[in-house]
Design a protein around this ligand. Structure first.
Ligand code: ATR
Length: 280
């Protein structure tokens, strides 16, 4: 649809930004709801981040998403930071308030949990131990979400052991750090496995792990979505475990931003998935 002079504006800041799926995703919802608004890719170099964020109120933006490499460095620039963003240590969604201030939040934890709630129907967070592979930004969001959902035990494994230790210490919860070399055994009787590493992504090494000891009813969730069915998910399916792919979290984390900027809570539909996939 064409834009009027009243169009609401949002976008995504990253460096580089051309690979981002967010403009396609929000563009789909803007068309679906015939909203007088736009969501644009904003290439912002790291040394321009503060300047660019501070300019949002004067430019009339309702807010932005932040992606690599800005999520952590945006935190001290915000006027207000939500508890969840502070705990995760990263901001992925910014709202401009009516008085021109910047509020930073993080929707990755809720996006992760909403995706599991809708696609892992047989799983309840309190069912048993969860295993999380990785200790980067995505892992912080996943571990925070699992703690908040009262998962009784979180086994955290990362190639760099110390990073897992510091993640576990900063997000207080029932987290046990286990050596990366012991990952096959760490799956013993676990009811959820989440891969937050880049292993299994296109152009990255495979994730080498045996799923034999996982509980028979376990859910396997790979945050990697390129390819959509990773080797991990293929193997899990072959062994009769239920799988959840990584695209869902990407779509669900976008919902609160869109709702805040454009005033409509959008649906994560099969058509949206298809539209984003064909553009990927
Ligand atoms: P994100 O913010 O998306 O989580 P990240 O912070 O770069 O991305 O984290 C990438 C994760 O993949 C890390 O847990 C990283 O392990 P290290 O902390 O040891 O770097 C993990 N990773 C990357 N390459 C890996 C490899 N070849 N083997 C095992 N883990 C790997």
């Amino acid at each position: 649809m064409s834009l009027s002079g009243h169009a609401k504006l949002a976008g995504v800041m990253g460096w580089p930004i051309s690979h981002s799926l967010s403009p396609r995703l929000h563009g789909y919802w803007l068309r679906e709801h015939e909203i007088d608004g736009a969501y644009v890719p904003l290439p912002v170099a790291p040394n321009n981040l503060e300047h660019a964020l501070r300019a949002l109120p004067s430019l009339g933006f309702s807010g932005v998403n932040l992606t690599v490499p800005h999520k952590e460095s945006a935190l001290p620039i915000m006027d207000t930071v939500t508890d969840i963003a502070r705990r995760i240590g990263a901001v992925n969604t910014v709202f401009v308030t009516d008085d021109g201030k910047l509020t930073g939040t993080n929707t990755d934890a809720s996006g992760f949990m909403e995706n599991l709630r809708l696609n892992a129907l047989a799983w309840l967070p309190t069912d048993g131990a969860a295993v999380v592979l990785g200790a980067g930004g995505a892992a912080r969001a996943v571990v925070a979400a699992l703690i908040d959902a009262n998962v009784p035990e979180i086994r955290l494994l990362n190639r760099t052991f110390e990073k897992a230790v510091s993640l576990a210490e900063s997000l207080e919860g029932p987290t046990k750090v286990i050596d990366w070399a012991d990952r096959d055994e760490a799956l013993s009787d676990a009811v959820l496995l989440v891969n937050t590493t880049i292993l299994g992504m296109v152009n990255q090494p495979p994730l080498e792990i045996s799923l034999k000891l996982l509980s028979k009813t376990a859910i396997v969730n790979d945050l990697v979505y390129a390819p959509l069915e990773t080797e991990l998910l293929f193997e899990a399916r072959r062994l009769g475990r239920q799988t959840v792919d990584g695209l869902g979290m990407l779509l669900h984390q976008a919902v609160p931003g869109f709702e805040g900027w454009f005033g409509v809570r959008p649906d994560v539909s099969a058509e949206l998935r298809q539209s984003v996939l064909t553009s990927a």
